[in-house]
Design a protein around this ligand. Sequence first.
Ligand SMILES: Nc1ncnc2c1ncn2[C@@H]1O[C@H](COP(=O)(O)OP(=O)(O)O)[C@@H](O)[C@H]1O
Ligand SMILES: [Mg+2]
Length: 257
Amino acid sequence: MSSRLATTPFLELRGVSKHYGAVQALMDVDLDIHRGQVLGLLGDNGAGKSTLIKTIAGVVVASAGSVRCNGKEVFLSSPEIARGFGIETVFQDLALIPNLSVASNFFLGREMTMLSRNGLLGLLQRHKMEKEVIETLKKLDIHIPSVKVAVDELSGGQKQAVAIARATHWKANLVIMDEPTAALSVPEQKKVLALARQLASDGVAVIYITHNILDVVEVTDRIVVLHRGRKAAEVLTADTNEHEIISMIMGKTARSP
Ligand SMILES: Nc1ncnc2c1ncn2[C@@H]1O[C@H](COP(=O)(O)OP(=O)(O)O)[C@@H](O)[C@H]1O
Ligand SMILES: [Mg+2]
């Protein structure tokens, strides 16, 4: 029993399929997602990566298949339900509101109660929220001028870091990152890779989508490759190389664990 518990993945997807009319975006995908691991999700454009993570995030409802969370069957039928299981996504567009402060962005849609009231209570709550945000940023060693500045005033890397920190702020069990380094300078990319590793060492499961093979090799523990909606390969990162990864993405090499 205890060994079963110790090895139960955070999420187990079985036979997950999704079609849009005649387009089969995902076909019969089995996938285990483990705490403390960075899983690289790879595949050419149109392979089904975004559809797969949207299924996990409750944004898209699968046409077939099942999902277990901590060993129990669940229905990730909305983003709110997925978040309830500690599944947080940093989407490509980051979903930050540029003219709101960093602190306000953390609490979008989940403001502490009483903030809407005027007066001292409201002020105290705002102060408490800002303090919590400062603590989360500090824990991840993220440096910004102030949590009161508008997100608009931050660099691309700072925005990405803030979006990741916001996801982790809510006791995430799984953080999904979709192309997190695509628009960043090299030092900013390094920071985001370090954040992904730090989350994993804190016991969080991370799914990392990228086209950058060097990032894949540097940051992931395991790689799953989708090809035309199917799982074409699954391999430990330590057990493969850049050349083979490219071949798997092109659908020329299939590997299973
Ligand atoms: N909302 C949608 N309506 C119709 N087809 C879609 C929709 N979303 C994705 N697709 C199709 O599903 C397939 C997989 O897309 P996607 O998951 O976005 O792939 P990736 O993220 O790997 O590039 C593609 O053929 C894409 O055109
Ligand atoms: Mg995509």
